[in-house]
Design a protein around this ligand. Structure first.
Ligand code: HEM
Length: 397
């Protein structure tokens, strides 16, 4: 992706909030010629883009009247009525009860991962904990054998990797690698699905195979693309929710004290972490279906619109003391999971994992600080708000 002006240096990427504030004040809806997109920065406008799916479509092919069929598209790139039907089917796999039933298993995985590091007093939180946790959870839910987990982690990491510039060799190589990984993963899922057609299991793959709305089921291609979406949409984001929260705890140690004294505030701290350091910095894929006015600018039919969640979530017009991390903020109508018809399907699962993980971290890792000499590095993609590693130290009990 072509870099975003104002978000180029390490410092800007780690702390983009002054840039976003400036944009909200001076150019809340701006056209960026280099990237050929509109950037939207204010809460009110981001909310409108996400809510009005008739004007701001997720389906590039339909809007650009491309000849490419969108039949095999991923849920995230569909518009109604296709989106509504498909989402109703996959919703069956993510009911609140189904997700809540996962709590004991997520607690167990959390315990095992933390047991391995608790005595050491220092850890790269991503490598040892926040990276593996969501991968193990989703592999478990899908019914993937434990012996294949490492493959899963590799595949899922490769799929979300994003090099910097769109035209350089590294970009081409990475796109080819992604295509290869998608194929490998597709073949793997196909084998797993075939096995469940013969012997159904008590797992998400079986639920997806059997889920039916108005007599319709997902076809093979739709099943495979949904499985891929779960990995791409669910793993790195949840890793970054946990890591970004702990980054804030290390930067502001008083948050740790407050949460240790009031563990009941953990769910609200998770919401605040989602707002304060939103893991998905921006939703890049909305396309105007007609000429439309937004924030005083005319966006033309077919233009691409990028909705900056990380800016909307710091908008003072919506959040008093927006630049403060308030563990008990209420209300907290953040947009970290998006909004409208594409609102994150995995939000209940991500919230549950975040709550269980942060509760355990606060309990078992007292006095978290950055390891001496740490220089945080932002991840390469500007659309993701996260660091590459989070080396921390903590007191050993
Ligand atoms: C959609 C964020 C975790 C599955 C989205 C969207 C956002 C988002 C912003 C909206 C995209 C759009 O409007 O184009 C997050 C964050 C997460 C997280 C911040 C973690 C903290 C998960 C998990 C799963 C998941 C754990 C599944 C296991 C999905 C799916 C969609 C989606 C399937 C597409 C929904 C649709 O198009 O109807 N997510 N997500 N996400 N997310 Fe998440």
């Amino acid at each position: 992706m072509t870099p975003v002006k104002g978000l180029m240096t390490r410092e800007e990427r780690l702390n983009p909030f002054a840039f976003f504030q400036n944009m909200r004040e001076t150019a809340p809806v701006r056209y960026d010629q280099d990237r050929d997109t509109w950037d939207v920065f204010r809460y009110e406008d981001v909310y409108r883009v996400l809510s009005d799916h008739t004007t701001f479509s997720s389906n590039r092919n339909a809007v650009l009247r491309s000849n490419q069929s969108s039949d095999n598209a991923s849920l995230i790139a569909m518009d109604p009525p296709q989106h509504t039907k498909y989402r109703n089917i996959v919703n069956r796999a993510f009911t609140p009860k189904r997700v809540q039933d996962l709590a004991p298993r997520i607690e167990e995985i959390t315990r095992e991962l933390l047991d391995a590091v608790e005595g050491t007093g220092e850890v790269d939180l991503i490598r040892e904990f926040a990276g593996p946790l969501p991968v193990i959870v989703i592999a478990d839910i899908l019914g993937i054998p434990a012996a294949d987990r490492h493959l899963f982690k590799e595949w899922s990491d490769k799929l979300v990797e994003s090099p910097h510039a769109q035209h350089d060799e590294a970009y081409q190589a990475s796109m080819m690698e992604k295509a290869r990984v998608s194929q490998e993963l597709g073949a793997y899922f196909k084998k797993q699905l075939d096995a469940r057609r013969v012997t159904p299991g008590d797992d998400l793959l079986t639920v997806l195979l059997e889920a039916e709305v108005e007599g319709e089921r997902l076809n093979e291609q739709q099943l495979l693309s949904f499985c891929l979406l779960l990995l791409v949409a669910g793993n790195e984001t949840t890793t970054n929710l946990i890591t970004n929260a702990v980054r804030a705890f290390a930067e502001q140690p008083e948050l740790q004290t407050k949460l240790r004294e009031n563990p009941d505030l953990i769910p609200s701290a998770v919401e605040e972490a989602l707002r304060y350091y939103s893991p998905v910095a921006a939703i890049p894929s909305r396309f105007a279906t007609q000429d439309v006015e937004l924030g005083g600018q005319w966006i033309k039919q077919g233009d691409q619109v990028v909705a900056w969640l990380n800016s909307a979530n710091r908008d003072e017009a919506k959040f008093p003391n927006a630049d403060q991390f308030l563990v008990d903020r209420n209300p907290n109508p953040h947009l970290a999971f998006g909004w409208g018809i594409h609102f994150c399907l995995g939000a209940p699962l991500a919230r549950l994992e975040g709550q269980i993980a942060l509760k355990a971290i606060i309990e078992r890792m007292p006095n978290i600080r950055f390891k001496a000499g740490t220089e945080l590095q932002p991840v390469t993609s500007t659309l993701v708000f996260a660091v590459k590693e989070l080396p921390i130290t903590f007191d050993v009990k």
